[in-house]
Write a protein that binds this ligand. Sequence first.
Ligand code: DC
Length: 230
Amino acid sequence: MLQARKKAPIVIAIDGTSASGKSTNSKLVAKALNFVHVDTGAMYRTLAWHCLRQNIDVQNVKAVSAACRRWKTSLECADGSAYLAVDGYYPASEIRTAEVSAAVSHVAAVAKVREWMKKTQRDCIKFGSLVMEGRDIGTNVFPETDFKYYQLEERSRRRAADGIEENLAARDQRDSQRAAAPLMVALGARVINNSQMTSEQTSSMILADIRERLAELEKIAGNRQKTGMA
Ligand code: DC
């Protein structure tokens, strides 16, 4: 009798600029597939919040690297989302302040921080299949995944957000020009121009593509098994 194989967890990588709508879409995709949603931007924000709280200069690379080496975190998963808790506490609202938004891309440019984040984000696989959103998921965190999407900015939302809380263009520029894992389109990523689409339309389009690819991969795996190549 053929033994049923345990399916390996799948990672859906959704990258893009700030205010591209990827957060809403990735949550919808995760919910539809019953996968765990991971907001990696929230993890960088959590470190920025921690540094500000500890009076660490976020532009001091050595000090930020040391803070990242020393902070006491745990990777948690609740209500279908994975997140980082610091000393047992998840600062859900604190990481969304203008102060944290202004500090976060400095912290995210530090090579040691990115190394730490990559390892921690890869560890999320222990929770099962993932929809992970960020800037470098397809290029750096899970480059091996077959499911890569890059969302272009949603212009109207972006205009509305720009200049109110922060200068998003300046943050995106820092994120795209840093030396360590800059924001860019991953090789093989499907680029989605969602500026004229609702979140429901965008997430449906991503879901249809994922299902098509999953069916293709299953077909390939089935053929391999038949020919004894598996
Ligand atoms: O998605 P967000 O705006 O909450 O992200 C906050 C910051 O974190 C953003 O300026 C870029 C950075 N970031 C990153 O460098 N790499 C990621 N994978 C996710 C976010």
